[in-house]
Write a protein that binds this ligand. Structure first.
Ligand code: CP3
Length: 359
């Protein structure tokens, strides 16, 4: 047989056997896996150089840029997972909703959703518009070898906050007002967002992503009762629609994350996650009690700690590692995304320290 006809060599240990996937499933690991939310982005000079002159949402649809930007933090920090360079609003943008990401602000929606008619006018996401995404994921999986790629999507609630508020918000008052005043339209809106999130995730999983994370970043603004009744069923629908994953395999592990969700942690797990992401407010041993022994945890170093002196960083990393031992499995991460002003050298150091403490 000629070399050209040989199948691509399998990596010595495939991503499905990586520490990230094993920790997510609660299996023994070689050492605690580490990655960082927003590991790709403005903390890296090589990212700033590559992004110069390209709008965020254009960059997200260019498979060459997506591949290179996703790989940058893996090369630099030696993290245990890549996360696809994209954005939670991308499925809406691809479907035709007029959204821009304003630097330093976040997503801005040209015509916010304020009425029942606005909900019904939202365009659906056609899966065949996601060819660029499948291309980028396939290329990444080939480049990454044994390192798993995490695919992601925004959860229905967090996307609804951007659509209804028209941009970032602290109180999310318009969102809650709509949720209370128009419960049926609210349900329809979240149903539609669940379908588009599931389509976005399924494309990534089918193209080879080894895990997925559903970001419900702003769910922590809700009471447990409202979350359980008006939000959780829609997030569960996203996970349910993912089914059991690629043919012949167990489904890929699912990570479910939000900020300020301490009071919601058991519910965040109940939505169908293998791993519950925890912000810095609840120590991981307490989070493990709240979530129970059926799920792993991800987190939860305060991203602001990385701006402090080295002794403080080391002490806090050790604390998170120790408290994480109470969980069924622990994926080390920050409690939210890397702050743009973070020294990337500190991120590399944290990866090395977590590996050293746990191997
Ligand atoms: O984590 C990663 O490295 C993967 C890439 C990623 C981005 N956005 C890239 C990005 C992920 C996972 C997201 C998800 C995302 N986007 C969330 C959920 C995670 C979270 O932070 O809670 C949210 C809420 C958004 C919406 C959004 N997009 C915000 C709030 C911002 C920041 C705006 C700013 O300039 O401060 C964005 C833009 C964005 N998304 C950037 C990146 C790298 C910065 C764009 C730039 O380089 O100017």
């Amino acid at each position: 047989m000629t070399a050209a006809a040989d199948p691509a060599p399998m990596p010595a240990s495939p991503p499905a056997d990586s520490d990230l996937v094993r920790a997510a499933r609660g299996l023994p690991v070689r050492r605690t896996p580490v990655w960082f939310m927003r590991q790709a982005g403005r903390s890296l000079p090589e990212y700033r150089a590559l992004r110069a002159g390209t709008r965020m949402l254009e960059a997200c649809q260019d498979p060459d840029l997506v591949t290179e930007i996703t790989l940058q933090p893996v090369r630099r920090h030696g993290v245990d997972a890549a996360i696809l360079f994209s954005d939670i609003v991308l499925p809406l943008v691809v479907a035709g909703v007029d959204i821009e990401i304003e630097p330093g602000v976040g997503p801005v929606v040209a015509q916010p959703v304020r009425t029942v008619a606005d909900v019904d006018a939202l365009p659906p996401l056609e899966p065949d518009r996601l060819a660029f995404l499948a291309t980028a994921v396939r290329r990444l999986v080939a480049e990454l070898g044994a390192t798993p790629l995490i695919g992601f999507a925004g959860a229905p609630f967090t996307l609804a906050t951007y659509l209804i508020e028209g941009g970032p918000s602290k109180e999310h008052a318009r969102t809650k007002a709509f949720m209370y005043a128009e419960p049926e339209a609210w349900g329809r809106l979240l149903d539609r967002l669940a379908i588009s999130a599931a389509t976005f995730l399924r494309t990534q999983v089918d193209a080879g992503a080894s895990a997925v994370q559903l970001f419900d970043s702003w769910a922590g603004v809700l009471s447990a009762a409202d979350y359980a009744e008006r939000v959780l069923p829609h997030s569960r629908a996203v996970f349910d629609a993912l089914g059991s994953g690629r043919a012949g395999e167990d489904g890929v592990p699912r990570i479910h994350f939000g900020v300020g969700t301490g009071e919601l942690l058991p519910l965040v797990g109940d939505a169908g996650a293998d791993v519950v992401g925890v912000d810095w407010r609840v120590p991981l041993d307490e989070a493990a009690r709240r979530v129970g022994p059926q799920r792993s945890l991800q987190g939860n170093l305060d991203p602001a700690v990385l701006l402090a002196d080295r002794a403080t960083v080391d002490r806090e990393v050790r604390r998170v590692v120790e408290q994480g031992r109470a969980a069924r499995g622990h994926v080390f991460n920050l409690g939210h995304g890397v702050l743009p002003e973070t020294d990337p050298g500190v991120l590399t150091h944290v990866v090395e320290l977590v590996h050293e403490l746990t191997s």
